[in-house]
Design a protein around this ligand. Structure first.
Ligand SMILES: [Zn+2]
Length: 238
């Protein structure tokens, strides 16, 4: 086994309050395209740039066009959790892992069985009527035609943080407090270039900060261990 993975495994063994902080790279191994990679969502051709379509203003003004794009590009229902999601569930069940903090909106951690998940950017699995706040699941949204409507006639909005919208306060504070009390922080599948999410890892106070990413990140020098390898390969060893 790779020496670095061996070291990672030992760190996991000696830790009892692990927090996992994950980005798009966690989901790409399930087949979900990375928003920001060179062949990801942001480089695909559409009438408007994805950053504009996925904005609050666009949602309010051109709801039909928003949903055309959203249903086409962000339908996560056909994807399944991968080995990393599953190993995190095992660690949580053993009482070693206390929380998952994720930038992903695909709900795969919950689908795998994780209980404590802070979704910084929301989730496509939760959708609410803007008028009466009734809940709708993702199947309802992705199987609807045109703009999904509530039985009251209101427009349904995904509980996903759009551009121009702020992150949810209780999600942020939950993520911060779990990171602050963690004895090990695993940061994986993220280039750590997106704020404010990347700033969260600064709250970690322990001595086992591990970065696992395909490429180097601006935080590599802060880390106690850096592994530039496939997440699935690393997690299948623990
Ligand atoms: Zn309603």
């Amino acid at each position: 086994m790779d020496e670095k993975i061996e070291q990672f495994k030992k760190m996991v063994e000696m830790s009892n309050n692990i927090v996992f902080f994950g980005g798009a790279g966690v989901s790409t191994e399930s087949g979900i395209p990375d928003f920001r990679s060179k062949d990801g969502l942001y480089n695909q051709k559409y009438d408007y740039p994805p950053e504009e379509i996925l904005s609050h203003t666009f949602f309010m003004r051109k709801t039909d066009d928003f949903y055309k794009f959203y249903k086409d590009k962000l339908n996560c229902l056909k994807y399944e959790p991968n080995i990393t999601h599953k190993k995190l569930v095992e660690l949580e069940q053993k009482g070693k892992l206390k929380a998952v903090v994720t930038q992903n909106i695909d709900g795969l951690h919950q689908k795998a069985g994780s209980k404590v998940v802070y979704e910084l950017h929301g989730s496509v699995l939760r959708n609410y009527c803007m008028n009466c706040h009734k809940f709708y699941d993702a199947e309802y949204i992705f199987n609807s035609s045109g703009t999904p409507k509530c039985e009251c006639g209101g427009i349904i909005k995904p509980d996903v943080v759009l551009y121009e919208e702020g992150l949810d306060d209780s999600t942020i504070s939950g993520a911060i407090s779990s990171i602050m009390s963690a004895d090990m922080l695993i940061v994986a599948g993220t280039s750590l270039t997106v704020q404010p999410a990347s700033g969260l890892i600064r709250y970690y106070q322990g001595s086992r900060l591990v970065l696992i990413n395909r490429d180097s990140t601006p935080y590599d020098s802060y880390a106690d261990l850096v592994i530039n390898d496939s997440l699935g390969k690393v997690f299948s060893e623990i």
